[in-house]
Design a protein around this ligand. Structure first.
Ligand code: B3K
Ligand code: ZN
Length: 871
C-alpha cells in the first residue's frame, strides 16, 4: 500500500458543482445513475485529464455532454476512472451496478437487516459512484430513490423532500434536494420499513424545524431520550455558539450494523442504534449519557464539519477535535461539570496517552497515512479536543467566542485547515500562536517535572517547571510546547492564597493560568508567608503528565481540601496508584492508615456531589496502572488492586453498607446527574463489598438483580455475581438471557459481561459464545462486545501466559478482515502495545502480528496497523 503525505496536497483540478443521483434499489443489485456538472478549477493548474475515484462499480454506461464515450476515451481500474481529453466544462453521466447486499465492509451503500443505508466518510462514496471523493470538492446534490413500496415505504436522503411518485409496478420514488454544497462524504441514503417519532424546534430567527427519529417498528418507544437530547443540543448551540440549524428537517436514523458510533450526514444522521435507543429497563446510565453526547456531537457537526469542512483528511481534527470539545462542554452543562471533566481525563489518560506512547503515536494533524480510516483515533478526537480547549483556556471564554464567531463568518461554505481555525484565535486575541501550533504537528505527551522552593525570609515561593516530550515515530526531538498550566496554592487551612508573580502589581485569588513556553522556567510568587500545598494543572488545563513529589500527607490534604474537582480526584488517584504499585512489587507493603481514613471520610460525606465522590473512590484501572510500569505485570496488578479493594471493604464495611442503603431510591428512573451519581456510588459500594466473599453481600446483589428496577442496577449486580464461582452466576445469566434475547443491544451487554468475567475459563466461554445464535461476526457491535471486550478489557484473560489470548485475537483478525477491514483493524490495534510486556509475551504477540502480515490479501487497514506496530 502507498503512503499519502500532507506535503503533497494539491487543490483539485476539477470541481463538481452539481450532482444528480438516481438510485434504483433492488433485491439483487442496485443501479446508480449520476449526472455530474464538472468544470475546471480556476484556482488550480489543470492537466486536461480527469481522474475520478470509484471502487467495486460495474460500468453500464458512460457519456460526456450526451455523447456515449468510446472505450478508447476512458480507462477503468480498481481505484477509479480516467478520462483523457477533458473539456473545460461538461456534463458527465454514468450508470453503474453495485451490490449492497454483498457489502459486509459496511462502507458505501449496504444493507443492515432489511434496510438500506450508507456510510460514506471517509472514502465510501466512491463505492457508490464515480466521483471526486475528497472533502475539498463541495457540490449541490439532488437524489432520487426508487424502490419497492411495501418493503421500503420510507426513502430518505439529505436536504428537503421534493415529491413522491407512486408507480403501478408496486414501486415508488422520492426526490430529495440539498441546497447546501457538501463534500461527498456527507451524502446519505436510507430506505426501509421504518417508524418515526416527530417533534419540532423553532430557531431564534424563527425557522421551524421538523425533528424526526426513524427506527425499526419494535423500537419506536425507545426514542424519547434521543429526541430530548437533540432539542437540548440545538438550544445549547444557539446559546453558546450562536449557531442555528439551516434546513426544514433534521433526521436521525438508527441502524443495527454500523462501524462506529454515528455519522453526521447533512440533515440525515445515521446512528448505531446503541446511540439512539434507550429505556430505563434496557439502557444503563452510561448509555443514556452516551446517547445525549453522541446526538449532540453529530448535531454540532452541522456547523463544525458540514458548513465548514476539512480541506483534506489530514485536517480531520479541525472538525473532530472541535466537535468533541463542543460536546464535552455541552455534557458538562447538562450534568455534573466536575464529573464530566474527570471522565474525559480518565479516557484521555487511559487511551490517548497510551496511543501517544505506542508505535501508533501520531500528531493531532498527522502528516501521512496509508488508510485514513485508521486515523479516527483518540489522538485526533480526544487530544484534538484538548488542543481546542487549551486555546479557549488561553483566550478566556469571551475571546474564544469571538474567535469562533470569526471562524464561522469567514469560512462558511469552505473546506479549510486547522491553521485557519487557529488563525481566527490569533486574530481576535492579537496573540502569536506559532509556538502553540506545535500541538498539532508534534506527537507525544509532554511531561512536566515540577519542583518547588519556599524561601520564608523573602516570603517567596518558586515553582520550577521543566518540560520534556518523549520521542515518537519519525519525531526524535521535539521543540518546546506552549502549555497553559493552571495552578493554585493552598494554605494549611485549605484556603486559596493570593497569587502575585514577581513583577506584577497585584495579587489575584484563586486559579492562575501560567504559560509554560520554555524547556525550563521558573515562576516566583511573592507575599507567601507559609509553605503552601500547590494544586497543579487545575481542571486538567493541558494534556500533559505532571510529576511533583507530593508527600502522602499532602495528597490526603488535597483529597480533602482542594476546591478543584479534577485535582481532588487526581490526588486520590495518585495516592492509590502509589500504594497499588508498591504492592505489586511487595504484596504485603503497608497500606497507610491515612489513606483508609481519607476513604472513610469520603464515604461518609453526604454533602458533596455523589457522582464526584464515586469518581474519587474508584481505584485507577488495571490498564492505567500497567501504563505506569516499566514492564506491565498483568497478574501482579490484578492481585494488588483486588487486595486493596478487599482491605478497604474489610475496614470500611459498615460505611460501605450504609452508603449502599442510604443511596437507595424507590422513585422511578431518571437519568439526571444527581440520580446517576447516587446509583454509581451505590454500585461502587457493592463492588467493594463483594470482595468480602460474604453470602449476605451476594444476596444483596441477587436481590438488586431481581428487583429489576433499571438496567444500570441490574447490570451492576449481575456483573458482580457473574464473576463469582457460585451456582447463582449461571442462573442469573440464563434468566437475563431469557428475558432479553430479542433485544440485540441488551444481548451486547450479556456478551460483554461474560467476556470480562474474571474466571479461569473465560476464553473458552468466549469461544463458545461466538457460536451462540445471538452472536454474529458480521455485526460490529457484537464483535466489540464479545471479542473486543475480552481482548482489551480482560487483561488477565487476554494476556494468559500460554499465549492463547493472542492466538485467539490473531485468528479473529484474519477472519474479520475478509468481511470488514475497519473492524479488523480496530482489533489488531490491541496488539500494537506488545513492547510493554515481558519477553515471552512480546514474542507471542509479535508472532501473531507477523503471521497476520504474511497472510495473502490482507486489507490496507490491517496492514498499516500491523506493520507500524512492528517497526
Ligand atoms: N465523522 C464520523 C466518523 C466517521 C468514521 C469513518 N471511519 C462520526 C463522528 O465523528 O461524528
Ligand atoms: Zn465527529
Amino acid at each position: 500500500p502507498t503512503t499519502i503525505y500532507l506535503k503533497d496536497y494539491r487543490p483539485p483540478e476539477y470541481l463538481i458543482d452539481r450532482v444528480d443521483l438516481t438510485f434504483e434499489l433492488g433485491e439483487e443489485e442496485t443501479r446508480v445513475r449520476s449526472v455530474l456538472q464538472i468544470r475546471e478549477n480556476p484556482a488550480a493548474e489543470v492537466s486536461g485529464v480527469l481522474r475520478l475515484h470509484g471502487e467495486q462499480l460495474e460500468l453500464i454506461a458512460l457519456s460526456l455532454d450526451g455523447r456515449p464515450l468510446q472505450a478508447t476515451e476512458y480507462q477503468v481500474d480498481d481505484e477509479g476512472l480516467t478520462i483523457q481529453q477533458m473539456p473545460a466544462q461538461c456534463i458527465l453521466e454514468s450508470d453503474v451496478r453495485i451490490l449492497p447486499q454483498k457489502n459486509t465492509a459496511l462502507e458505501g451503500l449496504y444493507k443492515s437487516g432489511t434496510m438500506f443505508c450508507t456510510q460514506c466518510e471517509a472514502e465510501g462514496f466512491r463505492k457508490i459512484t464515480w466521483f471526486l471523493d475528497r472533502p475539498d470538492v463541495m457540490s449541490r446534490f439532488t437524489t432520487t430513490i426508487r424502490a419497492d413500496r411495501i418493503r421500503y415505504p420510507v426513502l430518505l436522503s439529505n436536504g428537503n423532500p421534493l415529491n413522491e411518485i407512486q408507480t403501478d409496478d408496486g414501486m415508488h420514488q422520492i426526490t430529495w434536494e440539498d441546497p447546501f454544497p457538501k463534500p461527498a462524504y456527507l451524502f446519505a441514503l436510507v430506505a426501509g420499513d421504518l417508524r418515526s417519532i416527530e417533534a419540532s424546534h423553532t430557531t431564534p430567527s424563527g425557522r421551524d424545524v421538523a425533528l424526526k427519529i426513524y427506527v425499526e417498528p419494535e423500537n419506536i418507544d425507545k426514542c424519547d431520550h434521543a429526541m430530548a437530547s437533540l432539542k437540548h443540543a440545538m438550544a445549547w448551540d444557539e446559546r453558546c455558539y450562536g449557531r442555528e440549524y439551516d434546513l426544514d428537517i433534521y433526521m436521525v436514523v438508527a441502524v443495527n450494523d454500523f462501524n462506529m458510533g454515528a455519522m453526521e450526514n447533512k440533515g440525515l444522521n445515521i446512528f448505531n442504534s446503541k446511540y439512539v435507543l434507550a429505556s430505563p429497563e434496557t439502557a444503563t446510565d452510561r448509555d443514556f449519557q452516551g446517547i445525549e453526547s453522541v446526538i449532540a456531537h453529530e448535531y454540532f457537526h452541522n456547523w463544525t464539519g458540514n458548513r465548514i469542512t476539512c480541506r483534506d483528511w489530514f485536517q480531520l481534527s479541525l472538525k473532530e477535535g472541535l466537535t468533541v470539545f463542543r460536546d464535552q462542554e455541552f455534557s458538562a452543562d447538562m450534568g455534573s461539570r466536575g464529573v464530566k471533566r474527570i471522565e474525559d481525563v480518565r479516557l484521555l489518560r487511559a487511551h490517548q496517552f497510551a496511543e501517544d506512547a505506542s508505535p501508533m503515536a501520531h500528531p493531532v494533524r498527522p502528516d501521512s497515512y496509508m488508510e485514513i480510516n485508521n486515523f479516527y483515533t483518540v489522538t485526533v478526537y480526544e487530544k484534538g479536543a484538548e488542543v481546542v480547549r487549551m486555546q479557549a483556556n488561553l483566550l478566556g471564554s469571551d475571546l474564544y467566542r469571538k474567535g469562533t464567531d470569526l471562524y464561522f463568518e469567514r469560512f462558511d461554505g469552505q473546506a479549510v485547515t486547522t491553521d485557519d481555525f487557529v488563525q481566527c484565535m490569533a486574530e481576535v486575541s492579537g496573540r502569536d500562536f506559532s509556538q502553540f501550533k506545535r500541538w498539532y504537528s508534534q506527537a507525544g505527551t509532554p511531561e512536566l517535572k515540577i519542583s518547588s522552593d519556599f524561601q520564608p525570609e523573602q516570603q517567596r515561593y518558586t515553582l520550577t517547571v521543566a518540560q520534556h516530550c518523549p520521542a515518537t515515530p519519525g519525531q526524535p526531538d521535539k521543540a518546546a510546547f506552549l502549555i497553559p498550566f493552571a495552578v493554585g496554592l493552598l494554605d494549611k487551612n485549605g484556603n486559596e492564597m493570593p497569587l502575585q508573580l514577581q513583577g506584577e502589581a497585584e495579587a489575584i485569588t484563586g486559579t492562575r493560568m501560567l504559560e509554560v513556553s520554555e524547556r525550563r522556567q521558573q515562576f516566583t510568587f511573592i507575599g507567601i508567608n507559609e509553605r503552601p500545598v500547590p494544586a497543579l494543572l487545575r481542571g486538567f488545563s493541558a494534556p500533559v503528565k505532571v510529576q511533583y513529589d507530593y508527600s502522602d500527607e499532602e495528597l490526603m490534604f488535597l483529597m480533602a481540601a482542594e476546591p478543584d474537582g479534577f485535582c481532588r480526584w487526581d490526588a486520590a488517584q495518585t495516592l492509590a496508584q502509589r500504594i497499588l504499585l508498591k504492592r505489586v512489587a511487595t504484596p504485603d507493603a503497608e497500606i497507610p492508615a491515612g489513606f483508609v481514613e481519607a476513604f472513610r471520610k469520603a464515604l461518609t460525606d453526604r454533602e458533596s456531589d455523589q457522582a464526584l465522590l464515586a469518581e474519587v473512590l474508584t481505584l485507577p484501572s488495571e490498564s492505567y496502572l500497567g501504563d505506569q510500569m516499566k514492564e506491565v505485570d498483568v497478574e501482579g496488578i490484578h492481585r494488588s488492586r483486588e487486595s486493596l479493594k478487599r482491605h478497604l471493604a474489610l475496614t470500611l464495611k459498615d460505611e460501605l453498607l450504609s452508603l449502599y442503603h442510604d443511596n437507595y431510591s424507590a422513585d422511578g428512573y431518571a437519568p439526571d446527574a444527581v440520580s446517576i451519581g447516587r446509583r454509581s456510588l451505590r454500585n461502587l459500594a457493592l463492588s467493594y463489598l463483594i470482595q468480602l466473599d460474604d453470602p449476605a453481600v451476594l444476596q444483596l446483589c441477587i436481590d438488586q438483580f431481581r428487583a429489576g428496577q433499571n438496567m444500570t442496577d441490574v447490570l451492576a449486580a449481575l456483573s458482580l455475581v457473574a464473576d463469582k464461582d457460585v451456582p447463582e452466576a449461571e442462573q442469573l445469566l440464563e434468566q437475563f438471557y431469557q428475558q432479553w434475547k430479542n433485544d440485540p443491544l441488551v444481548m451486547d451487554k450479556w456478551f460483554t459481561l461474560q467476556a470480562l468475567a474474571n474466571r479461569p475459563d473465560t476464553l473458552s466461554r468466549v469461544e463458545n459464545l461466538m457460536k451462540h445464535p445471538a452472536f454474529s461476526l458480521a455485526n460490529p457491535n457484537k464483535v466489540r462486545s464479545l471479542i473486543g471486550a475480552f481482548c482489551s478489557g480482560n487483561a488477565v484473560g487476554f494476556h494468559a501466559a500460554d499465549g492463547s489470548g493472542y492466538q485467539f485475537l490473531g485468528d479473529r483478525v484474519l477472519e474479520l478482515d475478509g468481511m470488514n477491514p475497519q473492524v479488523a483493524s480496530r482489533m489488531v490495534r490491541i496488539m500494537a502495545r506488545w513492547q510493554r510486556y515481558d519477553k515471552q509475551r512480546q514474542q507471542m504477540m509479535k508472532a501473531q502480528l507477523e503471521r497476520i502480515l504474511k497472510t495473502e490479501g490482507i486489507s490496507r487497514d490491517v496492514f498499516e496497523i500491523a506493520s507500524k506496530s512492528l517497526e
